[in-house]
Design a protein around this ligand. Structure first.
Ligand code: UD1
Ligand code: CA
Length: 467
């Protein structure tokens, strides 16, 4: 039986943030999401999370991820040992292996955790600590071993003597315990250290036999205590995501300038140009060309879509659409096949039928456009009357002249033509031409009034002369 416990009750003082540390955003998720994700392939029977600082927020965030999590409250927060003491009751009947992870170690690989659990079980230890040897071990607890490689003590950086501080073997904050053995020593922890806290690391010193396993790649156990470390982890995770997709057949023209989220999926032969960012859950079909300069969030793009210098959020784009440069597709946008949405066009909560073209300077909100509609430059759907939003419907094959305003609610039939510059306030029937603008007035043989008639003062007149 394997249970996982994630310690996520701390405040994270060194982040200097109004938000709990474990909810800091990291590579398209949060710090604690990455920790949970690394444990998933182990298929633990139970998942426990110790929450405390802003417990409700942390709990709410994690619940949304739909996992079977048991939340345990630690109030107040008196250290990592005190945090694990809160498990004594919920795990009263548990007799298996407990994998404990600090909530701030996001770079762990599942394979490493797997090795740790295996190693622990085979060695029959009471505890196995995941360690690394770091050139710069500053800030981490130091792990001391005897000649038989048994762990004798873990001493926090701030509690170390100068001599002890030279030890480069550090505690990764990830441990496998034989739970009944740990449960027996937990009540004996004392707060006789610099921080006056109960340290989980002291429990390691009380257990016998205590062993350690060294990670091969020391970056895996990087802990996040401040923003510098958070940024460093972001780099590592982004690099891993890009590597994964490069291997799966995606081209990145300038990988380091692009960022990905774990929820983004790509087809084959996608080309991602520089400065392109994916957030949330996206699917990007075969042969898409995204960027340069694009932000794609929670959207589905079918095959062969092209997006250049544009923002696409909560939108669905069918095969062969082209977007940009400088378009903004907002939530609820649906583009059917081969639509073109171009320069400075904003679309919100609208469905554009196949082959619709909206090439220049438009706003389409709460609109439904049939197949093949041509939206002239500067067309605006006036969807808001100051109180509510209203729909605009345009039938297939219609053509909207430049600079038209469609005042919603309004319905235009099929194959309608709207004259340029029209303000359309009433419905238009199929095949009609709608013109709604002032007639042009032409005054024959008209001359500008003479300059002397326009003003009494000669000096002002001179200044008013058109150049
Ligand atoms: C801890 C270890 C240190 C190790 C390092 C690895 C202890 C005493 N020290 O130090 O040996 O090298 O991690 O990254 O364990 N937490 C609670 N309740 C609390 C306090 C903390 O749940 O009362 C949680 C935090 O939310 C955090 C984790 O425990 O996720 C670790 O706490 P943190 O204060 O970051 O420990 P470190 O000082 O980094
Ligand atoms: Ca830490």
């Amino acid at each position: 039986m394997l249970a996982v416990a994630v310690l996520a009750a701390g405040k994270g003082t060194r982040m200097r943030s109004a938000h709990p540390k474990v909810l800091q955003p990291l590579a398209g998720a949060t710090l604690v999401d990455w920790v949970l994700q690394s444990c998933e392939p182990l298929n633990p029977q139970r998942w426990l999370v110790v929450v405390g600082h802003q417990a409700e927020r942390v709990q709410q965030h994690m619940q949304r991820d739909g996992q079977r999590l048991e939340f345990v409250l630690q109030q107040p927060q008196q250290g990592t040992g005190h945090s694990v003491q809160q498990l004594l009751q919920p795990l009263a009947d548990f007799t298996g292996t407990l994998l404990v992870l600090n909530g701030d170690v996001p770079l762990l690989r599942s394979t490493t955790l797997h090795r740790l659990v295996q190693h622990h079980r085979q060695s029959g230890s009471a505890v196995t600590v995941l360690t690394a040897c770091l050139e710069d071990p500053k800030g981490y607890g130091r792990v001391f071993c005897d000649d038989r490689q048994r762990v004798t003590a873990v001493v926090e950086d701030r509690d170390c003597t100068d001599e002890q501080r030279r030890n480069k073997r550090i505690n990764g904050g990830v441990y496998c315990f034989h739970w009944p053995s740990l449960a027996a020593v937990l009540p004996r922890l004392k707060a006789d250290n610099q921080q006056g806290e109960l340290y989980l690391t002291d429990a390691v010193g009380l257990l016998d036999p205590a062993t350690q396993l060294t990670v091969e790649d020391a970056t895996e156990i990087s802990g996040v205590n401040d923003r510098g470390q958070l940024a460093a982890c972001e780099q590592v995770l982004q690099q891993r995501l890009r590597q994964q997709w490069l291997a799966a057949g995606v081209s990145f023209l300038d990988p380091a300038s692009c960022s990905l989220s774990p929820g983004t999926r790509f087809g084959r032969d996608v080309v991602v140009a520089p400065q392109t960012h994916f957030r949330g859950a996206n699917s990007v079909g075969d042969g898409c060309r995204i960027g340069p300069g694009a932000l794609i969030e929670d959207s589905q793009l079918e095959a062969d879509v092209e997006v250049t210098f544009s923002v696409v959020r909560q939108a669905r784009l069918a095969r062969g659409c082209t977007v940009g440069p400088f378009a903004h597709l907002r939530p609820g946008t649906v583009l059917e096949e081969h639509c073109k949405v171009g320069n400075f066009v904003e679309v919100k909560n609208s469905q554009l039928g196949a082959d619709v073209k909206a090439g220049h300077l438009s706003y389409l909100g709460d609109a439904r456009l049939g197949r093949g509609v041509n939206v002239g430059a500067g067309t605006i759907t006036a969807n808001f009357d100051g109180i509510g939003k209203h729909p605009t419907t345009v039938g297939e094959g219609s053509s909207i002249g430049a600079n038209a305003v469609l005042v919603a609610p309004v319905t235009l039939g099929r194959d309608v033509t709207v004259a340029a510059g029209s303000t359309i306030t009433s419905d238009v029937t199929d095949d009609a031409l709608a013109i709604a603008r002032c007639r042009q007035v032409e005054k024959k043989a008209w001359h500008e009034p003479a300059a002397s008639h326009r003003s009494g003062s000669t000096s002002e007149t001179a200044a008013d002369q058109p150049s």
